[in-house]
Design a protein. Sequence first.
Length: 352
Amino acid sequence: MARPRRFQRDCCSPRREDFVRRVFAALLLVSTFTLIAAAPPRAPKATPTPVPAAPSPAPKLPLVVVYPFDFSTDMRSDTGTRTAQLFISQMNAAGGVDALQGPLTVKRASYLDYARSLNAAYYVAGYMTPLGGGVSLVEQVVDASTGTIILAATAQIQSFEDATSQAITIRDGIVAREQSKAQAFAESSAQATPAPLASNQANIGGGIAGLFKRRPKQTPDPHATALVKPAKGIFVVRTGGSPGTALNEATGALYSALNHYYVARNSNSGGDAAKSANAICGADRNNTIATGTLSSKSVRHGFFSSTQYSFVLDVYTCFGARLAETSGDGDTVKSAVAAAVAAYVTDHPLNN
């Protein structure tokens, strides 16, 4: 009789268990990949848009009004306007100024007022007359803030290149003056700026927090740029001459010009300063007496004319002796007086 076989569980055999583990691991890996594939994609991280830097403001250029040039009647009617337009285009092309044309309706007597109404820094005017095969051109550049002529020239224009050269010359003169003013301002500002503290002193009592505290306003040292005046002062006597309507202006201009260099005081006396010198000084003998004589003349430029002023400055001692006599010329009363005073200051810096 045959012996029955012993029943063995295949599920418990080592080979069977190893096979089951491998199948389970494979199913787990497949399900993981399925979940990853089914997951929604990650949204990309937004990149901030760079903010463009604000452009630096362009420097403000001095505004220059160029008026149509006056011209003699035997020239074309549009000569003055076309010349002004040429000057404007060449000056703007060279840069450094903002030139524009003044209207034909503005008369010469109103040039300064119109320029000031535009807040212009300068204005340009001129006059042209035929000369041989070309043109004689008289030009003037006026500072609109003071009304004084800062540049005057006479040129002979034979070609377009000559006219262009004159326009550039005017532009260069204005730019040079603006640069000089800017340099003078920078130098005066530098003199008024307090000297910085040494590094060990700057860190005392504040540290980083001290940077955010309100600092007291620094007062510039008034002696840094002050002009030291001589001990001897000067009495100003009313001026004489003509025109009579300009004598008050001449006396005021004389006082202002002298007071810039000396200790000036107005005297109520008039007439012959030499004869009144002793009474004017009185007991205060450490002074001189200044007065002057104004005159004017008409200077023609073709069909147009302008007034030229001359001023003779007389300075006396308290005993009535003449100390000095100087003269100056100018297109205005103020400029003529200033020229005469400048000549006196050069020769008598201490007023003696």
